[in-house]
Design a protein around this ligand. Structure first.
Ligand code: ADP
Length: 158
């Protein structure tokens, strides 16, 4: 049974994240989506709201768990008896940060590997901050986020 931990802020989850999850499920048995609980990041949505939106947006998929991640990612991954971290890659701009993180994590915990999945071309420019900006100015976020997220964003900025 191959399980991966997919960590992130998911503030909020976008179609880019869902695309990575769906692709990963083709080669992986189970995904634990670990939602970062770092108040210093000043998220728009609470951890609970972010978890609920991911659950709703992935209910068409099997073998998904969504949990809060507080503390160190490597400790959490070990706790889950898991050996793989999943991250998404968009443009080259993601690469340096992800490369540094992955190597650092491997240095600390040599048995844990990070794997990357490239997103669909049309989501390459997409991130949660852009979505929040569009929503704040009452723009149309429908092409970029699951339905539940669109609804929640509308409520947040109404
Ligand atoms: P973090 O703050 O940890 O980067 P994010 O929620 O922004 O959290 O992203 C979580 C993961 O999903 C990261 O690996 C990020 O590269 C990836 N990701 C974010 N948006 C997309 C997207 N549009 N396509 C593919 N991967 C994405």
């Amino acid at each position: 049974m191959k399980t991966v931990v997919y960590p992130g802020s998911f503030d909020p989850v976008t179609k880019g994240h869902i695309d990575v999850i769906e692709r990963a499920l083709k080669i992986i048995d189970e995904i634990v989506i670990a939602v970062g609980d770092n108040p210093e990041k000043k998220p728009l949505f609470s951890t609970e709201e972010r978890i609920d939106m991911i659950k709703e947006s992935t209910k068409h998929l099997e073998n998904i768990e969504v949990e809060k991640l507080s503390g160190l990612l490597l400790d959490y991954v070990k706790e889950k008896n898991c050996k793989i971290i999943l991250r998404g890659l968009r443009a080259i701009s993601d690469f340096e940060f992800e490369f540094q993180r992955a190597l650092l994590n491997r240095e600390i915990e040599k048995d844990i590997e990070t794997i990357f999945i490239m997103t669909k071309e049309s989501y390459v420019y997409l991130n949660s901050s852009v979505v929040k900006e569009i929503a704040m100015f009452k723009g149309n976020v429908k092409p970029f986020v699951p339905e539940i997220v669109e609804k929640k964003l509308r409520e947040k900025f109404s």
